[in-house]
Design a protein around this ligand. Sequence first.
Ligand code: SF4
Length: 259
Amino acid sequence: MNDIERCISLFERKAKLVALLAPSFPVAYAYPLIVARLKKLGFMAVLEVSAGAVKTNEQVIALLKKNPHARFISSPCAGFVRMVRKDFPQLVPFLAFAADSPMIATARIAKEKYPDCQPVFIGPCFAKKLEATEDYPDLNILVLTYRELDAVFERFKIGEGIDATGAAFDIAAAKTRTYPFDGGLTQTSGLKGLLKDEEIRIISGYKRLPAVLEEFQRNPKIRFVDVLFCDGGCINGPGIISTLSLEERKKKVLDFADG
Ligand code: SF4
């Protein structure tokens, strides 16, 4: 059974499902129509994963304050974490796992607010499936890409022609809506107020990552590397079907973030 079939089966069995919608969603869907469609599908609540990103930021800042001489590499990007484990195992101890990724932090919020629910993360990323099943199986998160969500919408014949009046996130967070761009964590967490510019490296795009990781190993002054595996960040994740350029995708997210 693949994840599309798994999700369809959960709806058919009337499972208590909570949708966790990744911050890149404006590239693929209009708001608030997407919330109305998800509710019509049967989700009991729809949470903005930006809410979990607020927790991630708090945990990263707390980690750096608590360990003023330690050095960290960000860990919210599931694709990057897997690359480090495979190609740079000596850097695994530097991954900031004490901070939950936004997906994991939002799943914890969902479990707290809606006990017995199953979280369904909807985003642009296939690697998140591995993060959910290999690293956090206890949270029982089903991960769907936007492409897969479209297949579920199609199965239940839920198109865009429905009334979205009054639809809204059940839990929202505006300040972290730029998280899916390269440097999103640094920009939204206040990291620059804590570390000097020369102590931070911001990078996206898997081809550029090895050079930065090698610099991190050579230069002990670098205290934090903020990394996203996909070029430009999650707005360019493989689970998005879009003909938009990177700039056009960024604008969609910024327009939503600006309200
Ligand atoms: S940058 Fe790419 S691999 Fe990393 S979390 Fe985002 S979509 Fe997934």
